[in-house]
Structure formats: C-alpha cells, structure tokens
Design a protein around this ligand. Structure first.
Ligand code: 5RP
Length: 235
C-alpha cells in the first residue's frame, strides 16, 4: 500500500529538482495536476526569492489561476509563441519515457504545450513508473457531438488491436459528463496493458470525433522521479 505522506514528499522532491532547472528569462510551460501544482509553488518561491523574469503558459485554467495567484506571469501560448521548457506530471512513465497523461482531463492542452516546447520534463513519484503503459485508464478527449458514435468507433479500434473493454464516459459528481477546459468529454479506456502504443495512437488518431488521446509518445526527454527522502532519480 502506498503511503500518501511518502508520495507527497516524493512529488515535492521531484518538483524542487525541476524548479532548479528553470533559468531566468525562460519561456516555460506549466503542467496540470497535483505534482505540477507543487512545482508551480516551488517555482513561485524561487522567483520571489531570486527576483527574475519568466514567461509562463499554462496547460489548464486551474494551473493558470494557481500560477497567477502566486505572482507568476501567465500568458496565452500564442502570445509567447514557443517555449524553452515544459514541466508536467504524468499518470504513467515507461522506460522509454513514453507517458499516459490526462488523469486531470487536461491532456489536450498539455500535449499542445509540450510539443510547442524545446524540452518536456516529467516530474513524478515512483508509483508512476511502469514497465509497460496501460494499467492506468487511457483518457481520450472527444467532441460531445456524436460522442456515442465516436465511442463505437473507438471500441472497434480496440477490438482490432485485441484490447480492452467499452470506453467509460468520465463523469463529475452529480453524474453529469465531465467537461474539459475545451468543453469536450473524456472517455477512459480500461486496457490493462498497451503492447503497441504507436499502433493504438494511430488507430485513435484516425477517428473523426477523437480530439486527443493521453498517449505521449516520444515527447518527453527527461523524467525526474522523486523519493520520500528528498532525493531524485532521473530516467
Ligand atoms: C492531467 C495530467 C496530470 O499530469 C496527471 O494526471 C498526473 O497528476 P498528479 O500529479 O496529480 O498525479 O495528465 O491531465
């Protein structure tokens, strides 16, 4: 069983190490989720202590609000144009630095921001490191229009690849479908394991109502994995 306090210490260790990577004047992408939020807090502390300038683009409304409240300068990605570095969390990290993201339903903006960056660095606790992707349900953002037809097409794609069960519509409390920052729905795919992530990504990308899936393949260059004792290992 995972100790939540140890997990928090691990996230903080990774966040502190990532905050140290940031250079004055950088154009920086800020991820979403609990680990990314710790990073934003650590970064804001460093900026306040050292008094340097940064230009930040956020991957969600929640992160934009948090960063702004802590005094960081947040701009639209298109105002900045291109980013030097993006720091984000992940739901799974494999040995090749391929990821599952989207546990916080922000993977569309996260992928846009990460791929508009010279470098993407993931921060996580050891529990996110896996031999093979797929135990975490794979999030897929879909357009609300015709979403059930899109779900059928996704299910057929999964059957072609001998994968998984019926995609699950993510709901918020009160049973309404959860809406992403872009006003879309999220389908979660219970796959258990993804033997060929490239093949699955290609299948999903061919479906019209599919906006973006949570497989981040060949996007991340470094993963900083925090430990409860405050140390980190790099993958
Ligand atoms: C949000 C994400 C998050 O980065 C991912 O879910 C990890 O979150 P946390 O740090 O809270 O475990 O992809 O869409």
């Amino acid at each position: 069983m995972t100790d939540p306090a140890a997990t928090d210490l691990s996230k903080d260790a990774a966040a502190r190490a990532a905050a140290a990577l940031v250079q004055p004047g950088m154009r920086l992408g800020l991820g979403t989720g609990s680990t990314a939020a710790i990073f934003v807090r650590r970064l804001a502390q460093r900026v306040a202590a050292e008094g340097f300038d940064l230009r930040c683009a956020a991957t969600s409304k929640a992160t934009a609000e948090l960063a702004t409240s802590l005094g960081l300068k947040v701009e639209e990605l298109d105002e900045i144009g291109w980013l030097d570095l993006t720091i984000d969390g992940a739901d799974e990290v494999d040995p090749d630095l391929n990821l599952i993201k989207g546990g916080g339903a922000a993977h569309l903006r996260e992928k846009i921001v990460a791929t508009a960056s010279d470098r993407m660095v993931v921060i996580a606790d050891q529990g996110k490191v896996v031999d093979r992707l797929g135990a975490f349900h794979l999030p897929v953002e879909v357009i609300p229009f015709g979403w059930q037809a899109t779900r059928t097409l996704i299910q057929r794609a999964l059957e072609r690849l001998d994968l998984g069960q019926r995609p699950i519509l993510r709901r918020k409390r009160g049973d309404q479908p959860l809406l992403t920052d872009e006003g879309n729905f999220v389908l979660d795919l219970a796959l258990e394991a993804i033997p060929d992530p490239e093949a699955l990504a290609a299948e999903l990308s061919s479906i019209a109502g599919m906006v973006e899936h949570g497989l981040f393949l060949n996007i991340c260059q470094l993963a900083i994995i925090g430990r409860p004792d405050g140390s980190v290992v790099e993958l």
